[in-house]
Structure formats: C-alpha cells, structure tokens
Design a protein around this ligand. Structure first.
Ligand code: PEP
Ligand code: MG
Length: 842
C-alpha cells in the first residue's frame, strides 16, 4: 500500500497498472514501450491522489527530482476509463520571474513572457478559481496578471515550484471529488468509488526558436470512422491550442495537416515531421490496438509525443474502427464484437442529431424510440396526413395516442406524447415504424383546441412551428437541428455476421405487418416471434370494419363484418409468409384492450355510426356498454376469443388459407405458429384449440390440402406462469409476454407508470424501469418457475420472450441464463439483440 503512495516514473519496465494509475498513465507507458519520443513522465497512483485530496502532502521533492533541473511541468488527469472525464490539464507549472529570465535567453523575451503569462492565467482561473474575465484581455501583460492575482488573493503569486505543484495537485484531486464531476462520470457508467490517477510530465514548450508549436492528429474521420488524416497544428502554441483556435485568419492560425485542405499544411511545410507522425500513428494503432488521437509538440523542429487518447467518435465510428482493426488482424473478430456497446448500435440504424449540434431543449421525456426527425408541429392525425400529402415533414403531438392516430403516425416523421412510457401505444408503434418518439413529456402543456404547446418555461409553440425530436435522448428541440444519416453499410454488416457466428440464443422480430416483416428480414431476424394481429387492423380501411365486428349485437352482423376482414387478414398473412418464407412466423390471435379500439373522438363515432347505419347516440350507448374500468385487465386476449369465438375462427381460417396459398409455390413449407394471448387457465387453451382444430379440418376438407400448425401460449399473467405445467400439455411453445407480466406482477399500469417512474427510479425504489429492464427478482422468478414447470411436462417445449425486454441486453442475459430458445423484439432492436446475445457467448 505504501508503495502506491509513492510517485513512479513511467518507463518501459515500471509497474504501471491501469486499475491503479489510470488509463492515461498506462497508455503513455505503452507509447514509451513502442519507442516513441515521450518526455519524462511520472505517474501518481489513485490512492496517492486520494490522499492528496484528503490533505496529505506528497513527497514533492521525490517527484521533482525525477525531472532533474528542468523547470516546467504539466499535469494531466488519468481516470481508469478515458470517458470518465477529469479536471483539465495544467501546463507550464514552474513558471515564475526567475524562469522567465532563464527562458528569455533560450527562446527570446516574447516567448518567455508568453509562457509565464499562460501559467499565471491558468493557475489563477483553475487553481485559485478567480474570475476568468479578469485574465481574458489578449494584451494582458505578466505584470498586470500578477497585480490582478495579488489584488484578489491578498497574497503574492507563488514563485516556488513546490508550492505551485502542490496547489495544482490538490486542486485537481479535489475537483474529481466534486458533485458535477461525480454526476458526469456516473452517467458514463463509472462506479461510485471511481478514483483518479495523475500524470506529471516534463513540458515540451512549443514556443520559441526554430519550428515550434503543438498539434493533434488522428487517422480516421470522427463521424464515419473511415481512414482520413485529420487534425491541426499551430506554430508557437501549446497543448490543444490548435484545436481551440477559432478566430479568423491573422497569419497566426493553425495549419491543417494534409495538402487536401485549403491553406497551408504541415504535410507541405514539414514533410519529415508529417511522415514521422504517420509512422507514429501506425505504430500506435498496432501497439495500442486502437485508433488514437495523438497530441504532439515540436520544439526547435524536434518532435515529442505528449499524449494519446482514443480518437473521439460516435457509435458509427466505433463500428468502422473495430471492424477495420479486426480485418487488419490487429484484434480478433470476437474482440471487435465485444468492443461495441449493443445499445449504442441502434444509433446506426436511424438518423441522429449530430453530436456537436447546438441544442435548444424545449422538453424532456422518455426516450421511447430512437432516431431524430424535424418537422412542423401538428396536433392530430388529420393534420399529419395533410402535411404528408404536401410532402412536408411533421411531428405529431398528442396527449397519448390510440389506434385512431395510426394513420397520422404513419404520416408523421416523429411522435411526441405528454403521457405514457416505454410500452405505451405511441412507443410500441413508433419503434415498429422506426420513427423517433419521445413519450411522457409531462413538462409540456398541450392545448389541442388552441393548437399549441406551452413548455415549462412558458415558451409557446404553435401548429406549423418547426421542432426536432431526438428520440435517442428523449428530448424535443426548437427548430431544425443538423443530423447525421443512418450508417448500416459494410462495417455494420460485417460486425453483425461475426456476432451471429458466436451467438447461442435465437433472435426473432416482433412484426405486425408486411412492412415490418421486410425490416425484420433486412436486420436478419431469424423469424417473427410475435405478430400482433390486431395491429393489422390499424391500416386505413380496416379499423371501422373491425369495430363493426366488435360492436355487432348479433352474430349475423358480426359474421358479415368478419367476412370482410378475412381476405384482408389472409392477404397480409400470405405476404408475411412470403417475405419470411424460410423462417418461422408466430401469429398471435387478436388481443385488443378494447378501449384502444373504441372510437373516442366525435369524428370516429360519426364514422362508425355511418358504417353501421346507427345514430351517433346509439354508438355512444354501445361504447358505454363495452366500457371497462380497467381495460388492461378486461375483455382482452383469449377472453374475447372465448366470448366471441367467431373472431378467432376468422383469423385462424385466414392463417390456414394464407399458408395453403403460399405453399402452392415452390419453397420451404410454411407451418404457421399460432399463439393464444393472455391465458390464465388450461381450459382456455383447450377451448381455443378445439375450435382451431375444427377450422383446420374444415379448411383441409375444402382445399384438399393438409393443414399443419404449431400451437403456443403466451405466458403473461402470473397465473399462467404458475400453471405452466398444465398449459404445456397443449402447447408446443410458450412465449413470455413480459410487458403484461411486469404490469400484472407489480400491479403497475404499463400505460400510466411513466408519470412516476422517474421518481421511483431516482429514489431507488426500483433500480430501473421494470418495463425496460426485466425485473429478475420478481418477474424473473415467475419466468424461471414457468420454464421449469413447462419443461417438466414437455421437455422439448420452445421457450421465448416477446415483450419489449427481448431487445434489452441485460434482460437477454437473463433469458439466456434460464435456457430460453430465443428472444423477440421490435425489428429495429434486432441488431442490438444479436450483438448483445453474441457478447454473452464470448
Ligand atoms: C407482452 O405483454 O409482453 C406482449 C408481448 O404483448 P402486448 O405488448 O401486445 O400486450
Ligand atoms: Mg401482452
């Protein structure tokens, strides 16, 4: 332990550990081992930095001795992970009046004064925490800076390097303990007790005689990750000055690195240095097995490598870099797969707000569906359709959405709702459509009549105003904001194929329509794990017919409506079978929470009244009759199937007819999987199975073809989980509907929980939103129990999850642990699931 409280010179053989000295120290040691010209560097371990923060005095003499007589040093943060942040770098520690005179003879008076001034400025602002404004004047002299410092501090500016260094170390170590720094790094996944290492380095000046300056170079484009030499170099500068330099061309500005850029370039003016930097880049890439951004300094024409960090980039760049490193055999393909955060990959599948774009946030809600879109605000489905027909992008704003909004949602470029969470209607549909969605934006007040929204701060946005939705961050932004395009090209495909090669749990897609099935296929889903057949009725001309079937008071009327629906369903099923020809398709029989299908607007009621030739009042009365206090626990799923069996009969017939139709053409035989929703008792399965078999026999007799199918049950009520043994007698597969299972296990409404979920998570009642990340302890126990009971009765029964958790990496880990055969999730989450599943198998 005592050893760790000593500073250590970084050499080829020093015992530098990332966990003890941080990433920067380790990285610098690697650069030294690669033979790069890194100035002398000393590492302070995490325990030592902690001791300094607690008021202990390090052995400054021992530290300074390691730099011999050289009078100026820098200190940099060295956290264990580079993206955990840390206090900013301090340069030129050691500058004082005597050193100014020393450097004046070596570098010239002007450069020496500049060095001195730079240090006084940064010490005053970053260590003494004086107001930045006091030192901003570009014509400030050293004397004025001293006066300003001494005036404010009532003490002389320290001249002793020991004092200066101690204050810098104290200040940096304490900044790490501050609340802002803690919050920042915990958002990047740093543990509560994450420590900071520091590195102290001999300053290479970048100022003075000969070719002197500093710059930064990297060998990839930060956005795409494709090879490109980018960076800047500025004469008579230090650190990252060249990158920060923004003002106009005064002859002092930075040089670009290559000839391709306009203006002067380092490549042309210092070809040997440039060639050396390229060599260094190659060496770092191979040696550190990473694309690095390299900070370098020239002093009198001599190159020093000061620092290197992973070249900054987004998810798209990460994928391109990992794939290129594996293709060049610098890392293994498994390493490449492990390097990509699965959740981040969804960034590649959608357009995104550009990482450095200016954001004027007007509302924050739940990031319900990723991607970014800009458009005119509209407040209802009709306005969305009208905008789309004019070729104008629009963002549909609703309190919450219902099937009546479907046409509008199809027409919109993004969806913003005041209520709801990750499994609300708006969220599920938007994910299926690949549209960005921000749900539960409860800081907005929507005035539908006045066609405007008011933000918490009182800003008003009216219909037609332009906003941008960032569904990845869960934010609405004012105006049009720059975006970057989706990036599912070559490197993405390559990475996914490596992932599939190691994966040992299946990934299917939840796809409700032929369009969804296309997307599912594009993302290489192994089949469809859940087709919510009621969603097929959302399309333009079908909702009213479906409502007629539900509303009918006698079987003649009902059958007439169902007759019209059957060919629509059959054609859709046939298309889906065709698209997924070589892969299984699991169709869930009708499972509508009735309230989602009842008209709730005046226009909707009138439309239905016309279709059914009833008065609006009669329709209203029927709606009241069907209304339920708790529709999510009402006449849903199999309950409707048993109460009004004609609906399931129609669906099953449509499925069989579609299979027969497709099987007529050459190709693998389609064997539909038919799934019964919201089961809680074995008898429900028996009743439905008897009717399915009867329809199968009828269709078979009529068509002369044998009709094959597999029957499965959705386990989504706690009782079904407990009685899975009984149920498995009749089921060749069980699919866990973890959305409803979570809702019912917690007694927590999936549609309303968004209102208090953040309070619950913030106060640690729930570690995470259980609709997003599967609750292993409670819901997970039911799943485990049901799997065991199901397998006891039917050893080879297929088990899967088709709730939204199927696309969540942690939940997939659980599913794999309890031996599920596959997970099924929204098509756009299929790549996330494929990658997460692969990482679990490596
Ligand atoms: C579920 O409950 O998890 C499920 C997949 O069904 P739905 O979301 O359609 O209720
Ligand atoms: Mg369900």
């Amino acid at each position: 332990m005592l050893d760790h409280l000593n500073s250590e010179r970084i050499t080829q053989t020093a015992a530098i550990k990332r966990s003890l000295h941080g990433n920067r120290a380790k990285c610098l040691q690697r650069l030294i081992r690669l033979g790069m010209p890194v100035p002398e560097t000393v590492a302070l371990s995490i325990p030592l930095v902690r001791a300094i923060a607690a008021g202990q005095r390090p052995d400054l003499k021992a530290i300074l001795d390691q730099f011999g007589s050289w009078p100026v040093l820098s200190v940099r943060a060295s956290p264990v992970e580079p993206d955990w942040g840390g206090p900013s770098t301090m340069l030129n520690i050691g500058m004082n009046r005597a050193n100014q005179a020393f450097f004046a003879s070596r570098l010239g008076a002007e450069a020496a004064a500049e060095l001195h001034l730079r240090f006084v400025r940064s010490y005053a602002v970053d260590v003494a925490r004086l107001d930045e404004d006091m030192f901003e004047d570009p014509d400030l002299t050293v004397k004025q800076a001293y006066d300003a410092y001494e005036d404010e501090m009532d003490e002389e500016f320290p001249q002793d390097i020991e004092v200066q260094l101690l204050e810098v170390l104290k200040s940096m170590s304490r900044a790490w303990e501050g609340t802002t720094a803690r919050l920042l790094r915990s958002s990047k996944g740093a543990p509560e007790d994450a420590g900071l290492g520091l590195v102290i380095q001999r300053m290479v000046l970048g100022l003075g005689k000969g070719e002197s300056g500093a710059g930064v170079i990297q060998f990839i484009n930060s956005e795409s990750g494709e090879p490109q030499k980018v960076g800047r170099y500025m004469r008579q500068s230090q650190g990252r000055d060249a990158l920060d330099y923004t003002s106009g061309d005064d002859g002092q500005g930075p040089l670009y690195l290559t000839k391709d850029n306009r203006g002067g370039s380092l490549e042309e003016e210092q070809p040997e240095v440039f060639a050396e930097l390229e060599r260094v880049g190659q060496l770092a890439r191979k040696g550190l097995r990473e694309e690095m951004q390299i900070e370098f300094t020239l002093e009198g024409g001599k190159l020093a490598i000061i620092d290197a960090i992973p070249a900054p980039r987004g998810a798209r760049g990460d994928v391109a870099v990992a794939v290129a490193l594996a293709q060049d055999e610098i890392i293994s393909t498994e390493d490449a797969v492990m390097r990509i955060e699965p959740k981040a990959i969804s960034e590649l599948l959608h357009r995104q707000v550009a990482p450095r774009a200016r954001r004027d946030v007007i509302s924050r809600g739940i990031a319900a569906s990723p991607g970014a879109a800009t458009g005119k605000l509209v407040f209802d489905a009709l306005a969305a359709q009208a905008a789309a027909s004019q070729g104008e992008a629009c963002i549909l704003v609703r309190r919450e959405t219902s099937p009546e909004d479907i046409r509008g949602m199809h027409a919109a470029s993004g969806i913003l709702t005041e209520r709801g969470g990750t499994t609300s209607h708006a969220a599920v549909i938007a994910r299926g459509l690949g549209l960005p969605c921000v749900a539960g934006a409860s800081d907005l007040t929507i005035d539908n009549k006045g066609r405007k929204v008011t933000t918490q701060s009182g800003r008003v946005f009216a219909e037609g105003d332009i906003i941008t939705l960032d569904g990845t961050a869960g934010e609405a932004l004012a105006g049009d904001v720059p975006k970057i395009e989706a990036g599912i090209g070559g490197p993405f495909e390559q990475l996914m194929s490596w992932a599939d090669a190691v994966r040992d749990i299946g990934v299917r897609a939840n796809a409700d329509t032929p369009e969804d099935a296309q997307v599912a296929k594009m993302f290489d889903a192994e089949g469809i794990g859940l087709c919510r057949t009621e969603h097929m009725f959302f399309a333009a001309d079908r909702l009213t017919v479906l409502r007629e079937a539900i509303f009918a008071e006698n079987s003649t009327d009902r059958n007439a409506a169902l007759k019209r629906l059957r060919p629509m369903q059959r054609d859709d099923f046939a298309l889906i079978f065709e698209i997924m020809r070589d892969r299984p398709v699991c169709l869930r029989l009708f499972d509508p929470p009735l309230h989602e299908f009842l008209p709730n607007s005046r226009a909707g009621i009138r439309e239905l009244a016309e279709a059914m030739d009833l008065s609006a009042n009669a329709v209203r009365a029927r709606i009241e009759q069907l209304a339920e206090f708790n529709p999510m626990l009402g006449m849903r799923g199999v309950r409707l199937g048993i109460t009004i069996p004609e609906i399931y009969d129609m669906q099953v017939r449509a499925i069989f007819e579609a299979a027969i139709l497709v099987n007529r053409s050459k190709g693998p035989t389609v064997v539909p999987e038919i799934m019964i929703p919201l089961v809680s008792a074995k008898r429900e399965v028996e009743l439905v199975k008897t009717r399915i078999d009867a329809v199968a026999a009828e269709v078979s007799a009529q068509s002369g073809k044998t009709v094959e199918y597999k029957l499965g049950v959705m386990v989504e009520t706690p009782r079904a989980a407990l009685r899975a043994g009984d149920i498995a007698v009749h089921a060749s597969f069980l699919s866990f509907g973890t959305n409803d299972m979570t809702q019912m296990t917690y007694g927590l409404s999936r549609d309303d929980a968004g209102r208090f979920m953040s309070t619950y998570v913030n106060q640690g009642v729930f570690p995470e939103d259980p609709f997003r990340a599967l609750d292993r302890d409670g819901v997970g126990e039911l799943l485990t129990l049901a799997s065991e009971r199901g397998r006891q009765v039917r050893e080879k029964i297929t088990l899967s999850v088709c709730g939204e958790h199927g696309g969540d990496p942690d939940s997939i880990e659980f599913c794999r642990e309890i031996g599920m055969n596959y997970v099924s999730c929204s098509p756009y989450r299929v790549p996330v699931a494929r990658l997460a599943a692969a990482q679990l198998a490596i």
